[in-house]
Design a protein around this ligand. Sequence first.
Ligand SMILES: C[S@@+](CC[C@H](N)C(=O)[O-])C[C@H]1O[C@@H](n2cnc3c(N)ncnc32)[C@H](O)[C@@H]1O
Length: 305
Amino acid sequence: MHRRLLDLLICPRCLPAEKPLRATLREVRGDEVTAATLECPRCRVAYPVDDGLAVLLPADGPEDRYASADRLAGYLWSHYADLDGDPDAHRAFTAWGELLAGAAGPVLDAGCAVGRLSFELARQAELVIGIDRSAGFVRTARALARDGRCGFELASEGELCETRTVRLPADLRRERVEFLVADALALPFPAGLFGTAASLNLIDRVPLPRLHLAELDRVSRKREAALLLADPWSWAAGPAAPDEWLGGRRSGPGAGCGRDNVRRLLERYGRPAWQVAGSGRIGWSIRHHRNHFELIYSDYLLARR
Ligand SMILES: C[S@@+](CC[C@H](N)C(=O)[O-])C[C@H]1O[C@@H](n2cnc3c(N)ncnc32)[C@H](O)[C@@H]1O
């Protein structure tokens, strides 16, 4: 974790009170904090930084459903295969990045997984912070930021795998990107920090989707802010109880489409209200093996205030 984050982080357990964390540094290499403790002066919880990885989770959460090597390889393929000229790759991350062209920093990429959108947004913003609950994803994204490359084994057929390497192009500004383990429902950042926030394919994966929206709203600037939210609305009882869904219900608060409901929530309850300036649908895919791909369409809303 770069030193520049030390002044930005607050205690995720004490929210809505915003309590800056006090750092005790144990090892620093250049500007990189490799070992430290970040302690909350109010609740006294100490968050670790080990091998440069900061873990700022408010509490133990649900099991990490993204921890397996297959999941990691699937996401590395999904995020980076287009850079390799893979004929089956999608180009959704370039498209999402282009939607935010000219957007102001700092930038938050909530649910960043293995980091592609964060790197895309670092083409223009000087500081991009990707957060994800999955320590395995964040470790891999950090390795890419450090080394610019990473090898992985991609399922080909049955037990057979292909060795692939992600190589980030030199014009992706890796040094501008930070990755932390954190929760999109209790973001360890003060109100109004971010000029741009993005949440891709996350809101239907969290137990409290409305709280995720409220957190995006809280950490975004009050003026001159942009918010990109994209989702396939794959509501399911595993991640969130049906009463919490923001769409896909026949009746009640989640009745109708997630796209329309989230738009209404942003426009009515944002503080201050957001204006949806653009919307549409972008397709992306996950590879299961050489001949098996999952195609997903995500509706996006690009909001400004
Ligand atoms: C469907 S994936 C989407 C990842 C990435 N945004 C993309 O579009 O490829 C959902 C991601 O959200 C992360 N995630 C799930 N719940 C989370 C939470 N409460 N806080 C932060 N990240 C979370 C998962 O670890 C996973 O990386």
